[in-house]
Design a binder for this molecule. Structure first.
Ligand code: RFL
Ligand code: PHB
Length: 397
């Protein structure tokens, strides 16, 4: 029989996504040791293409944690966004409205920065594990079992577990159904996202309402554009040729409107992203603390998913330090309620952006959406509310 290797640590972190790696970094900063367990390979985790927008409070958090140097050099500060519908394009200037903007910096770049920081701290991370299971989360000595990349059984004994294992991970299921509530909303559409080797045709993001469906023009660098199209739920990327994608983007983003043109280029990645709003409560059970997508998912229209994951971790790290270093449970006891307050605000904002900008085919709804957009750009109070939510609240607010 193969012997189980037992490893002791203070915090067992499940998931090496942005939430798990930032948590491990912040804990190390305060002298709390952790081990990360991830079921994908490191190269897979580092090549996933996901979010792009960081709130200003998240940029400050990363900077304070010593993770801001490449972000400062390569990230792009954006003052605001363009809101558009046929015949109209309006710049909503967040800096002018609420005194702060956002940063454009790809999640894959952040993942690299976090991985390197962790290497420099010399803390353990098991990649490519299988069979991750949580045990005894209601006790002060919980554990995580798994098989390492070579298939050898390992048992990680900890004083707390952080479930940072995303939407499909096992942590959430370790909270008994009798104490767990879930709130879910589906949407009848998805996004077809592309990366193209072409300079962006805009200086800041364009969110475009169009009768044929929503489109978003984002970017990754001076040479790479990131664009999205609203498509029906269940769409297969193979149904769309590159030419059809560019034609639909040009129409929906208003090519020809005030002489604006969409530059086309080679598409090197395309994928369909599902849409869902999901919240689980509470985010803590015994010595198990859940953070990031493991506890909540938002549709990407408000650019909140990654920011929420970091905001959770910014609350969880000091809570675990107080609990494990000083035996003070107050922040740990407050964690779930404090995190959920921000989660619900971002869930509301993401739902609002999504339902305002995506067409449903119902002419009554379309008129209401256009009215909302007109009201948003013509009323300073409404534009300020949008800017406040998009640029983000201070962490802990
Ligand atoms: P992640 O990034 O999903 O990381 C969770 C990690 O846990 C691992 N895991 C396990 N590890 C061990 N054992 C198991 N049994 C495990 N099961 C899972 C996973 O392999 C993974 O490495 O969650 P985290 O850290 O909470 O970070 C959240 C963000 O990644 C997420 O909110 C955003 O990327 C969401 N999102 C977007 N957000 C935006 O704000 N703007 C976007 O444009 C945007 N695009 C996206 C996205 C999410 C996508 N996914 C998940 C489908 C595009 C995509 C394709
Ligand atoms: C992105 O750049 O991938 C992006 C930006 C803003 C969003 C969603 C995705 O709302």
């Amino acid at each position: 029989m193969t012997r189980v290797q037992t490893v002791e640590t203070e915090v067992a972190i499940i998931g090496a996504g942005p939430a798990g790696l930032l948590l491990s970094h912040l804990l190390a900063h305060d002298g709390v040791e952790s081990v990360v367990v991830e079921h994908r390979s490191r190269s897979h985790v580092e090549s996933r293409i996901r979010a792009g927008i960081l709130e200003s409070a998240v940029v400050e958090l990363l900077d304070k944690a010593g993770l801001g140097s490449r972000l400062a050099e390569e990230g792009q500060p954006h003052r605001g966004i363009y809101l558009q519908w046929p015949g109209h394009r309006h710049h909503v200037d967040f800096v002018e409205l609420v005194g702060r903007g956002v940063h454009l910096y790809g999640q894959s770049e952040l993942q690299l920065d976090l991985g390197r920081a962790r290497d420099a701290e010399g803390q353990a991370c098991y990649y490519a594990v299988s069979g991750t299971a949580l045990h005894d989360v209601e006790t002060d000595l919980p554990s995580v079992s798994f098989a390492d990349a070579e298939g050898r059984p390992v048992r990680l004994e900890a004083r707390a577990i952080a479930g940072c294992d995303g939407k499909h991970g096992p942590s959430r299921q370790s909270i008994p159904a009798s104490v767990r509530s879930t709130f879910e909303l589906g949407y009848p559409f998805a996004w077809l996202g592309i990366l193209a080797a072409v300079p962006p045709s805009t200086d800041e993001l364009i969110y475009a309402w169009h009768p044929e469906g929503f489109a978003l023009h984002s970017m990754r660098s001076a040479a790479v554009s990131r664009l999205y199209l609203q498509v029906p739920v269940g769409t297969d990327v193979a149904e769309w040729s590159d030419e059809q994608i560019w034609d639909a983007l040009a129409t929906r983003l208003g090519e020809g409107q005030t002489g604006w043109e969409l530059e086309r280029g080679p598409i090197f990645d395309k994928a369909v992203l599902p849409f869902q709003s999901f919240v689980m409560a509470p985010m803590r059970h015994g010595r198990l603390f859940i953070a990031g997508d493991a506890a909540h998912t938002v549709p990407p229209t408000g650019a909140k998913g990654l920011n929420l994951a970091f905001a959770d971790v910014a609350l969880l790290a000091p809570a675990l330090v107080s609990l494990l270093r000083d035996g003070d449970p107050r922040l740990a006891d407050a964690y779930s309620d404090s995190a959920l307050r921000r989660v619900w605000r971002s869930t509301y904002f993401s739902w609002w952006m999504t339902t305002t900008l995506h067409t449903t085919g119902d002419p009554f709804v379309s008129e209401l959406q256009r009215t909302q957009l007109e009201m948003t750009v013509s009323s300073r109070a409404r534009a300020t509310a949008l800017a406040e939510s998009y640029a983000g609240l201070p962490i802990g607010a």
